[in-house]
Design a binder for this molecule. Sequence first.
Ligand code: NAP
Length: 510
Amino acid sequence: MADPYVLIIGSGFAGLGMAIRLKQEGIDDFLVLEQAGEVGGTWRDNHYPGAACDVQSHLYSFSFEPWPEWSRQFAKQAEILEYLKHCADKYGIRPHIRFRTRATRAQFDERTSLWEVVTGDGATIRARVLVPGCGPLSRPSLPDIPGLASFEGKMFHSARWDHAFPLESKRVGVVGTGASAIQIVPAIAPRVEQLHVFQRTPPWVLPKPDGPIPAWKRAVFRRLPLAQKLARQRIYWTRELFAVGFVAEPRIMKALQSLGRRYLRRSVRDPSLREKLLPRYTMGCKRILPTNDYLPALQRPNVELVTDGIAEVRARSIVTHDGRERPLDALVLATGFEAAEQVSPFEVRGRGGRDLDTVWRDGAEAYLGTTVSGFPNLFLLIGPNTGLGHTSMVFIIESQIAYILDAVKRMRARGLELVDVRPDAQAAYNVRIQERLKRTVWATGCMSWYLTRTGKNTTVWPGFTVEFRWRLRRFDEDAYEVLPPASEGAADVSPRARPTPRRSRPRLSL
Ligand code: NAP
């Protein structure tokens, strides 16, 4: 294939969605680089026991590819991965994907206004537009615990689960009690001999309104797409209501805490265990975890919740601060991902050879979470401050895709070589974002992966998702330096620009 117009990195929900929408709009000259051998991103990598979504699948899916076959309200990992594979096949994306190819370096060539991307095998691909969709939750974070490297038992991160290792009759430790751990613990507790769950901060947990979707309902969705659309809308707006507590009035979250406390009282008989499980921060400041089986699992005779804090890891054990040593055959690190530091997923150099990591050393920022000044024609999917606490990231991804698609169509139609967000537009946007974040639940005093080490929130969108969708409904060229400028007419000066076969108005679909 000749050099593509658009180069996408990653084939999870973000990269795949971008590829499909380009293709639907008749833009075929794009290439997707995927470091693994299959599509799926986080849903390919996170196959730990119990992995499932905590957003209802009828919302956590593409609006352009509703799926009547979801078997549960909250699908499990395997079903979500199948859905993504189905999307890749149905829309003919696989021929556009170069599997087992990792982007290692991207450099903007100011002479040609093209991105030059070097891959792991040493090849160079040139593209007008670069769209990294690598996901903020793709780089596992390993805890800085003394002696961790000296552990001689089996050890792996939750996102690198080794299913070949039999857990049966093993003494297993799980470090962490976040979204991954609360799914892992109930799934492996019945299999292991002894399970020690090392908790640093208790999470707020609430019951998960999960269950199978009956066959008759799936049949209705199959025959009446409108019924499914309405179901999606109902889930979307119900969840969107919760944003009030997250972004506008954290006192609402305090009120919701009584639900969490009541659930804890109902589910845990032992008052001392209950005390250990009661969070001391405002609900929502860290992700709220819906689960029906975590609290029961912690009360199994072979499960222990350890709250004394890990002092060190030894060759075959963990020692806590109270001096107690617990022998272990295996250690699962459910310790999350490097998300807030938002270091670029590979070396990215923009105008003047500026390195994105260096530009972001005080905390990542972008314009509309998508473009970064000095890095023309670069569009980040799930960039800085696009994350959510209350609803589906697929909605955010689709909003960004609409924006990027509109930019690409304008660039091709007008032969634009370069679009670079103006530094003042980016700065003003981020001042406002950080101001708004001060009033949100994430600023109520807990430490979470949403914040950098210095406490800057670089991950979360401080508003309703409808606002995000609205702001990204079309490419706002006024905020950009554009070359050639509009005054020079619409001449196609780009050697690689091709006309877009079909232009359509930006699509705003829930
Ligand atoms: P996480 O939420 O960041 O949780 C990491 C856990 O490890 C926390 O309990 C943390 O404790 C603990 N930890 C980290 N370093 C530690 C250390 N040195 N010593 C002891 N404990 C340590 O990570 P995650 O559970 O993998 O989830 C990450 C994100 O992935 C979620 O927020 C969510 O967005 C996504 N996710 C989604 C789903 C889903 O259902 N859709 C499922 C899994 C994950 P502290 O709280 O004290 O820091």
